[in-house]
Design a protein around this ligand. Structure first.
Ligand SMILES: *Cc1c(COP(=O)(O)O)cnc(C)c1O
Length: 417
């Protein structure tokens, strides 16, 4: 079993004509954070997302969140409503600006921002602070569209701009329209493990030419029009490199195939795991409005399910951080924290790991992160309960039908009784 090729969660797949664009960049000496590939990639993205949006290519999705917040006027002392169930890049840029994230829990259908809690939070912040939060950041977790109609209706009623974190939702649609085009701003990520990659990179979808120009100024150190460097505002060095944009252009030629493959893998998991008692595959609501890209497949395990080796879960302190973190790690001070996946989930992760299958817990909610212990949160228990029972399974272009069959066999093997 151990000489099997490892199946990773989601690997970058250079199956388009990436090298042609990279070669062109070298041949023409466009090896800077601007140039024909950056322009071409932005045009490709604009065509892809539609709705007459203008797109700025950036060095990361985190940078896109940061600039969108700046464009919404977020500054020191402000509050921003952020989905708690997410990767830290949705909320960290709020703190870069000296503002405070207000975390909103999820609903059970899509696992994304609960509209009822959102409205409760807006009213409560108004009552407590006398000021409206500056922006709303819903996230399309694992590609799943959030309850867009309801969130947008609330945002409009209270006149608060929406920054859609569609970092995981490249190509997902709601009622036929691309995620990231509903809000004032839309965030995309092209990190190495996302739907398409530029090795590292991101983009901000902006509503119009004026917003696009403003974001472009902030992304390039806010240089005024003089023959020398003149700065009237603080800017950032956030543009995407022309080399990386070349990878992006190549990836755009296979984007639709990638998305189709993710959906195919999800369907296989759904079919092959349908009969396993106590185990569920997270699927989109069947209203016909939702069209997730299914970036990753997520299963949940009933707490009563027994998994082989469960009694040993969390007995050893883990040595590396999840995802690698460049190999630089703090030694964990304990084998456990006060909020972690159930023992059977951890046991299944370890069982699959030994079978050369990478599985990962779902995002740990931000309101349970020590670094955000003082941030206000509006909760219903949903994200914390899913964190304890959820596990992400491999997806993406490198995962074959045979791999899925093998993964499902291993999951069934891991279950006792
Ligand atoms: C990946 C991701 C980001 C940020 O993207 P980077 O390109 O890694 O900076 C933001 N939000 C969510 C939900 C993500 O998954």
């Amino acid at each position: 079993m151990s000489d099997r090729k490892r199946i990773y969660l989601c690997l970058a797949h250079m199956s388009g004509n990436e090298m042609k664009y990279i070669q062109e960049a070298f041949d023409t000496n466009w090896v800077v954070p601007l140039g024909p590939n950056v322009d071409g990639f932005e045009k490709d993205l604009e065509t892809f997302v539609g709705q007459d949006k203008r797109v700025v290519a950036l060095s990361s999705g985190t940078a896109a969140v940061h600039l969108a917040l700046i464009a919404c006027g977020v500054g020191p002392g402000d509050e921003v409503l952020v989905q708690s169930f997410t990767f830290c890049a949705s909320s960290h840029p709020v703190t870069y600006l000296g503002a405070t994230p207000i975390f909103i829990d999820s609903e059970l259908d899509t696992w994304n921002m609960d509209p009822d809690l959102l409205e409760e939070a807006i009213r409560d912040r108004l009552a407590k602070t006398g000021r409206k939060p500056k922006a709303i950041v819903p996230v399309a977790l694992y590609g799943m569209p959030y309850k867009i109609d309801r969130i947008m209706e609330i945002a409009e009623r209270y006149d608060i701009p929406v920054i859609e974190d569609a970092a995981e939702a490249f190509g997902s649609r709601f009622k036929g329209q691309m995620l990231g085009t509903f809000g004032e701003y839309g965030v995309l990520s092209f990190n190495g493990n996302k739907m398409i990659t530029t090795s590292g990179g991101g983009a901000l979808i902006t509503p119009d030419a004026e917003a696009w120009r403003n974001i472009m100024m902030y992304a390039t150190q806010y240089r005024e029009s003089y023959p020398y460097y003149q700065h009237e505002k603080i800017g950032y060095n956030y543009r995407l490199s022309n080399i990386c944009a070349g990878i992006g252009r190549g990836q755009m030629t296979v984007a639709d195939a990638h998305i189709a493959h993710h959906r195919h893998i999800q369907k296989m998991y759904e079919e092959l795991l349908a009969e396993v008692p106590g185990l569920k595959v997270h699927s989109q609501p069947s209203t016909g409005e939702y069209d997730s890209n299914y970036w990753l497949c997520v299963i949940t395990l009933d707490p009563s399910l027994r998994v082989k080796g469960q009694e040993y879960a969390y007995k050893a302190v883990v040595k590396g951080a999840v995802g690698g973190a460049a190999g630089v790690v703090h030694a964990a001070s304990s084998a456990v924290t006060d909020c972690q996946p159930n023992d059977n989930v951890e046991a299944l992760r370890i069982f699959l790991d030994a079978a050369q299958i990478e599985a990962r817990p779902v995002w740990k909610p931000m309101h349970k992160q020590p670094v955000y212990r003082d941030a206000p949160a509006y909760l219903n228990g949903v994200s914390e309960s899913i964190f304890k029972i959820g596990l992400c399974l491999p997806a993406g272009p490198y995962v074959t039908d045979e791999d899925v069959e093998y993964i499902v066999r291993c999951i069934k093997d891991a279950l006792e009784g």
